[in-house]
Design a protein around this ligand. Structure first.
Ligand code: SAH
Ligand code: DHB
Ligand code: MG
Length: 220
């Protein structure tokens, strides 16, 4: 199975069912112009985030890892008028691009970008918890602490989504010295030990290659 076939299948479905989206197109264009890496979720995964947030009935969403605001915009589109999304970003330059994109999307009153290392900005969110949905998509070596924070900031029924858990299948290598792989594996093993959640991992292929997501529901 070749990447180009995966990309062609993505293109087929996207053309038929995603519809034109000038806001998201502009978000990617501004991100490219700003020199940001091309690592936002793919358009079909962006729509998956919108749908999951809608199905969840989310009113308060937390994102870790903003980049240019692409996934934040997808998630925030599911919010009711008085809903809110807080997104955490390390880079002030990326945050600036994201704020511009969010403004252009008409979501500035609902999305707040907080700059800093997430491990330092997460403790400030205790007073704003619980979140209905948490999307974790930042530095993978910190997946486990981010998951632990997500649980702390959750209620019964919160949905936690972890991006990039497969990484071309590298996740199965228990001897890997890749810090990203180690981060995914430590996190995965902790999910397995955590009795308060149900979880499943989905492998994905497409225009952004071979990767996957984990979906986790907080049960108690
Ligand atoms: N969710 C975005 C993509 C995020 S890419 C989207 O799909 O549109 C990962 C982001 O995490 C990058 O912007 C990177 O700067 C940020 N990041 C890396 N380390 C971080 C840290 N310690 N704290 C907060 N953000 C971090
Ligand atoms: C990378 C990070 C991501 O969050 C992603 O979705 C894809 C790639 C990366 O750091 O390479
Ligand atoms: Mg990602």
């Amino acid at each position: 199975m070749s990447l180009s076939l995966w990309a062609q299948v993505d293109r087929y479905f996207n053309q038929h069912i995603l519809h034109d989206d000038p806001i998201l197109d502009a978000t990617l264009k501004e991100s490219e112009t700003g020199g940001l890496p091309n690592i936002a979720v793919a358009p079909n995964h962006g729509m998956l985030l919108t749908l999951l947030a809608q199905i969840q009935g989310a009113r308060k969403i937390l994102e870790i890892g903003t980049l240019g605001g692409y996934s934040a915009i997808c998630l925030a589109r599911a919010l009711p008028k008085d809903g809110k999304l807080i997104t955490l970003e390390y880079s002030p330059e990326y945050a600036k691009v994201a704020r511009k994109n969010i403004d252009h999307a008409g979501l500035a009153s609902q999305i707040e970008v907080r700059v800093g290392e997430a491990i330092h900005t997460l403790p400030e969110l205790v007073s704003e918890a619980p979140f209905d949905l948490v999307f974790i998509d930042a530095d993978k070596p910190n997946n486990l602490p981010y998951f632990e924070w997500a649980i702390k900031l959750s209620r019964v029924g919160t949905l936690i989504i972890m991006d990039n858990v497969v990484r071309d299948g590298k996740v199965i290598n228990g001897n890997s010295d890749d810090a990203n792989v180690k981060g995914v594996r430590e996190f995965t093993e902790a999910v397995g030990r955590e009795k308060r959640v149900s979880a499943t991992a989905l492998q994905t292929v497409g225009e952004k290659g071979y990767d996957g997501l984990m979906l986790i529901r907080v049960n108690e």
